[in-house]
Design a protein around this ligand. Structure first.
Ligand SMILES: NC(=O)c1ccc[n+]([C@@H]2O[C@H](COP(=O)([O-])OP(=O)(O)OC[C@H]3O[C@@H](n4cnc5c(N)ncnc54)[C@H](O)[C@@H]3O)[C@@H](O)[C@H]2O)c1
Length: 359
């Protein structure tokens, strides 16, 4: 449901501060709690079954700690819930919060299946609540600098991204039923950027993939490991293409590396995410160094302004999250079925992962 900014959801600060409950007190929960606090909201409670963690984060912002959000969701002084749990829990907490009449900022990715994300969206529509997703790279200066420079390359452009890292220290990130692996967990950021660059969703996906970490002792406890490595091509309207190489299956400790390149008739843009980028349009490259910046903080400050001042909507919507998830699921289906997959196919569930055999 699209509505004009702020209409029907604006919180009047004359009635007291914007009250927030944070669910999940891990890395993202800690960020959300501190950024809501810094934005001017009152963090009422931080909830995590791991009570010690909830207490540590709650103490940072003067909130209560709880193992379960239950009673806090019905409080009149709570207006927003930040869902910062592992992804497989996003739907249940988001729907519970919305049914209790709260707005939700849910961490990305939206969910592991389209139907779960659609149920989250349906709840938000039924109860007329804001449901936004933490695609916070929209608030990273690099995102805007890429868009600005990309516009100087002429068209059509060819895009390429390489994103690699050693095994992620959080096992949930390798669990197909937890956070879903990098094609779901990480690529949503890239898809959100390329939706702007290519002015729409891809039409089809052609992918190959592997689980490099299959058999690694560090992941032995995971019953269904997510695909951790893939090479895929996205075809956008007009025949424009983007190609992605992603892996979280390198040896533990290998640092995170993300590079993009965009080439068009008028130039080349090479991006080293987190460091900067170089634009080649003549003999002398133009360099841009990435400044220190906290995109999570900027995102929450923006959502706070949207909810309290009616600022224009910039924080990602559940529809943006569903768009990204559909591409991820198309990639996984393409790997599993070894064929090109169209985005207009039924993409509800993650197909059984049968990546190509190595070697
Ligand atoms: N925006 C981004 O770029 C970004 C970056 C990292 C993670 N994330 C997303 O944020 C979410 C959380 O990731 P994280 O890195 O903070 O993970 P984390 O492991 O650091 O924290 C998750 C927390 O959730 C808690 N938890 C587990 N079960 C729970 C339950 N039933 N109820 C409430 N809490 C529960 C855990 O105890 C843990 O404290 C994931 O969906 C992840 O994909 C987003």
């Amino acid at each position: 449901m699209e509505r004009p900014s702020g209409e029907g959801v604006r919180h009047d600060l004359a009635n007291g501060p914007l009250g927030v409950v944070v669910i999940g007190a891990g890395d993202l929960g800690s960020r959300h709690a501190q950024h809501w606090h810094a934005a001017g909201a009152r963090v009422v409670a931080v909830c995590d079954p791991w009570l010690e963690r909830a207490r540590e984060v709650a103490a940072l912002v003067g909130a209560e700690a709880a193992t379960h959000p239950g009673a806090h969701l019905s409080r009149d002084d709570v207006h927003v819930v930040s869902v910062c749990t592992p992804t497989f829990l996003h739907e249940s907490y988001t729907v519970a919060a919305i049914e209790a009449g709260k707005h939700v900022l849910c961490e990305k990715p939206a969910a592991l299946t389209v139907s779960a994300a659609e149920r989250m969206k349906a709840a938000a529509e039924l109860h007329d609540r804001e449901l936004r997703l933490g695609l916070m790279r929209r608030f990273d200066p690099a995102h805007h600098e890429i868009l600005r420079r990309h516009a100087l390359l002429g068209g059509p452009t060819l895009a390429q991204a390489t994103i690699v890292a050693g095994l992620r220290p959080k096992r949930m990130m390798h669990d197909a039923r937890g956070n879903g692996g990098p094609v779901i967990d990480m690529c949503c950021h890239l898809f959100d950027l390329w939706r702007v660059i290519f002015d729409g969703q891809p039409e089809s996906v052609s992918a190959h993939g592997y689980t490099f970490a299959e058999g690694r002792s560090e992941l032995a406890s995971i019953e269904e490991k997510a695909l951790d490595s893939a090479l895929f091509t996205l075809t956008y309207p007009g025949g424009r293409v983007g190609q992605v190489q992603i892996s979280w299956g390198l040896p533990s400790g290998v640092q995170y590396i993300e590079r993009h390149s965009y080439v068009g008739p008028d130039g080349l843009l090479i991006v080293n995410w987190n460091n900067g980028m170089s634009l080649y349009r003549g003999p002398h490259p133009e360099h841009w160094d990435a400044p220190e910046h906290d995109a999570w903080r900027a995102q929450i400050a923006q959502f706070y302004r949207e909810l309290t001042e009616g600022a224009p909507r910039q924080v990602a919507t559940i529809d943006d999250g569903i768009d990204a998830l559909r591409i991820s699921l198309a990639v996984l289906r393409s790997v599993a079925e070894r064929r090109e997959v169209r985005l207009d196919e039924e993409l509800e569930r993650i197909p059984p992962l049968e990546p190509e055999v190595l070697g």
